[in-house]
Design a protein around this ligand. Structure first.
Ligand SMILES: *[C@@H]1O[C@H](CO)[C@@H](O)[C@H](O)[C@H]1NC(C)=O
Ligand SMILES: *[C@@H]1O[C@H](CO)[C@@H](O)[C@H](O)[C@H]1NC(C)=O
Ligand SMILES: *[C@@H]1O[C@H](CO)[C@@H](O)[C@H](O)[C@H]1NC(C)=O
Ligand SMILES: *[C@@H]1O[C@H](CO)[C@@H](O)[C@H](O)[C@H]1NC(C)=O
Ligand SMILES: *[C@@H]1O[C@H](CO)[C@@H](O)[C@H](O)[C@H]1NC(C)=O
Ligand SMILES: *[C@@H]1O[C@H](CO)[C@@H](O)[C@H](O)[C@H]1NC(C)=O
Ligand SMILES: *[C@@H]1O[C@H](CO)[C@@H](O)[C@H](O)[C@H]1NC(C)=O
Ligand SMILES: *[C@@H]1O[C@H](CO)[C@@H](O)[C@H](O)[C@H]1NC(C)=O
Ligand SMILES: CC(=O)N[C@H]1CO[C@H](CO)[C@@H](O)[C@@H]1O
Ligand SMILES: [Cu+2]
Length: 594
């Protein structure tokens, strides 16, 4: 691959040196006191009281309503203030959620069903007339800050190949009073749906308050189906479940419990580096149960948590996960796994064959994700479980269909992108603090959200993004507009690197190289088409990004028009506090590079 002497490289190394508080190897763990909730889940700044105790596994897993948007007609979806019960033992919770009316709005919102090749049209309306957000807004970080008050919103279709005017640019927000963000162009969005079948999701993306709007309930699923192009005889109907996973914490009165005092209140009065809730919620139910027959089921999940990684296992050793898809659709071949990891915003498509266990038995979908991931505190108590399965024999009058396990069957095209002649961008992930080890923000490449544009890829070009994690935690990095491939990850010596005693340009095993190993293949769950992938601490993770559709064609719309796109960390608390950068597409061969 040709290493173009790119400005970004120089910038990067400068950025690396100049990053305020880019930290060396000493103690960098997020501070938190030992005042833990009964479930051992602690807020990283303020000790939040534990949620009211609830009896797990009492309510059946439900499915959000489905709306077909392949009709050629515009759908209007609004955000409304609603009340919803997450559990019979919990009082009602006030939320902001998507729906066709206040009466039908819910979190997650309705699942939008699109068909590949058929454009769809959604008008996103803001019906929030509160004078301020019900969660505490931190006015010290850059945020929408409408002059006339209210709650701004703007909706992003995560994973969509979308025109930038319809992408939900963070500055394209609007309030119900009609105040518009500086990048607003329209609230009537067009979705091309030209990409392969996949589970996408929609959620709020308003600058500086995405973490609050998402926790308030603004998210839902968006399924692209591709008749004739999807593998046959996969579980469908009641045997296929789409699931949004979130964690939340509640006050005794049912209100969402979110920190009101920050980790470094003198700098940011209420911003907290990462929010972890003690209650695990699937499709709007705390710890649901699912009654299953002894046959194969398909699960398609999206992690809509602010910061929590789920590391999932099945309690019964006779059960396995057969992963068949990821963010951008079907894998080339299925994977048989005992563990599935799902970081914020990632999607997983997998099968579980309950015919392997005896009717009458139960199984749990457990979670062992540390918080922060990967080296934080272990999940304990009820944070170690997400849902329960009751396996029951089918009644006499019910015929249970059997589904093939796609064994060595090819599910989707193999992902191959040539890096011949690719532009290489090296980018750092770093954190800065208040001088007392309290994190007060995170940066991409040493730059803030409002710093001048640096990522200006040309349409149809291929780029290699080497992302260098200089923090203690994993960051799920998300690119808008395109799906990419994770090429490798490679550990480096953070101490020698911090002392400028080694170089990333010298390959391993040369002693002058910062790397301590040869490039490693990405983890299994990072195979296939990704739009969000984890960059581990102390590692350089390499993404291969082609600025074109997944099939390598030109976009069906002008991706250079409008306000542009963004790339960011999908830990929402990071994204809101400067771990997000603009991204603007340039025409092919426009040669933006010096
Ligand atoms: C944390 O400590 C404070 C003060 O000691 C106490 O008021 C609060 O109830 C504790 N919270 C938890 C979750 O134990
Ligand atoms: C605010 O919106 C709700 C519906 O979301 C409506 O019932 C209420 O009348 C509105 N209040 C005002 C003052 O407009
Ligand atoms: C947006 O959609 C609404 C509802 O269909 C329509 O009345 C309005 O004219 C559209 N606005 C634009 C700018 O297209
Ligand atoms: C899985 O969750 C169940 C239910 O809470 C629990 O009994 C079991 O110990 C958990 N297993 C693991 C490995 O955490
Ligand atoms: C099967 O029988 C039960 C109990 O008699 C009845 O409630 C149910 O509707 C029947 N299901 C079907 C699919 O006929
Ligand atoms: C860095 O290199 C210098 C000499 O080149 C050496 O004295 C020093 O010990 C090295 N430091 C580390 C951390 O390797
Ligand atoms: C991008 O590449 C595709 C396929 O390689 C080609 O059809 C298209 O013309 C290219 N577009 C531009 C703007 O170069
Ligand atoms: C861009 O440059 C490449 C190589 O010089 C050429 O093959 C291609 O046709 C050019 N594309 C456009 C749209 O000018
Ligand atoms: C796990 C790990 O290696 N973390 C390192 C990430 O990078 C920072 C800064 O270079 C180091 O301090 C950490 O030890
Ligand atoms: Cu992050």
């Amino acid at each position: 691959m040709e290493r173009m002497a790119v400005l970004v490289l120089a910038l990067c190394w400068l950025g690396l040196l100049l990053t305020p508080g880019a930290k060396a190897a000493e103690d960098e763990h997020m501070p938190h006191d030992n005042n833990q909730t009964t479930d051992g889940v602690q807020s990283l700044c303020q000790a939040l009281d534990p949620s009211p105790q609830v009896q797990p596994f009492v309510e059946e897993l439900t499915q959000p309503p489905v709306i077909d948007i392949s009709t050629g007609q515009q759908l209007t979806l609004g955000v409304y203030k609603i009340k919803q019960k997450f559990h019979p033992d919990l009082p009602e919770t006030t939320l902001y959620a998507y729906g066709t009316s206040q009466e039908t709005a819910s979190t997650p919102g309705p699942t939008l069903l699109a068909t590949r090749g058929i454009e769809s049209y959604v008008r996103w309306e803001n019906h929030l007339n509160d004078s301020e957000h019900f969660l505490t807004v931190d006015h010290s970080i850059h945020w929408a800050n409408p002059k006339s008050g209210g709650v701004p919103i703007v909706t992003h279709l995560h994973g969509g190949e979308v025109l930038s005017e319809s992408d939900g640019y963070p500055d394209a927000w609007y309030t119900s009073a009609g105040e518009l963000g500086p990048a607003f162009t329209t609230q009537n969005y067009t979705y091309a749906n030209a990409q392969p079948a996949a589970l996408l999701w929609y959620h709020d993306h308003t600058v500086g308050i995405t973490r609050l709007n998402m926790l308030a309930g603004m998210n839902g699923m968006y399924l692209i189906k591709s008749p004739g192009e999807e593998p046959e005889n996969l579980p469908a109907g009641e045997f296929e479940r789409l699931i949004v996973v979130q964690d939340k914490q509640f006050h005794a009165d049912g209100a969402v419990n979110f920190p009101t005092v920050g980790v470094s209140p003198g700098v940011h009065p209420s911003w907290c580096p990462e929010y972890y809730g003690d209650t695990i919620i699937l499709n709007g139910k705390a710890w649901p149960v699912m009654t299953v027959y002894p046959t194969m089921y398909r699960f398609r999940m999206v992690n809509a948590a602010n910061a929590r990684y789920f590391v999932m296992t099945l309690s019964d050793p006779k059960l396995r996960f057969y992963q068949i898809g990821t963010d951008g659709g079907y894998l080339h071949k299925r994977l048989k796994l005992t563990t599935l990891t799902m970081g914020p915003a990632e999607r997983l498509d997998f099968l579980i064959d309950f015919s392997k266990v005896t009717p009458g038995s139960v199984a749990y979908l457990n979670n062992s994700g540390n918080a922060p991931y990967p080296d934080g505190d272990p999940a304990v108590g009820l944070a170690t479980v997400m849902m329960k399965f009751n396996v029951v024999a089918a009644p006499e009058n019910v015929t249970v269909p059997q589904f093939d396990l796609p064994a060595s069957q090819v599910l989707g095209p193999r992902v191959r992108i040539s890096t011949e002649g690719a532009v290489v961008r090296s980018m750092t992930l770093s954190e800065y603090d208040d001088g007392n080890d309290n994190p007060t923000g995170s940066l991409l490449n040493g730059l803030r959200w409002r710093d001048p544009l640096t990522e200006t890829p040309e349409l149809n070009s291929t780029e290699v993004w080497e992302i260098i994690n200089l923090t203690e935690d994993a960051h799920p990095i998300h690119l808008h507009l395109v799906s990419f491939r994770v090429k490798s990850q490679q550990a480096f010596d953070a101490v020698r690197q911090a002392n400028y005693n080694c170089s990333f340009f010298v390959p391993f095993p040369d002693p002058k190289s910062c790397f301590t190993e040869a490039p490693q293949k990405p983890e299994l769950h990072h195979r296939g088409w990704k739009d969000t992938a984890t960059v581990y601490p102390g590692k350089v993770t390499v993404f291969v990004v082609r600025w074109a559709t997944q099939s390598g064609e030109q976009f069906s719309f002008d991706a250079t028009s409008g306000p542009g796109y963004v790339w960011h960390c999908h830990i929402l608390d990071h994204e809101d506090n400067d771990m997000m950068r603009p991204l603007k597409m340039m025409a092919a061969n426009s040669s933006q590079l010096p």
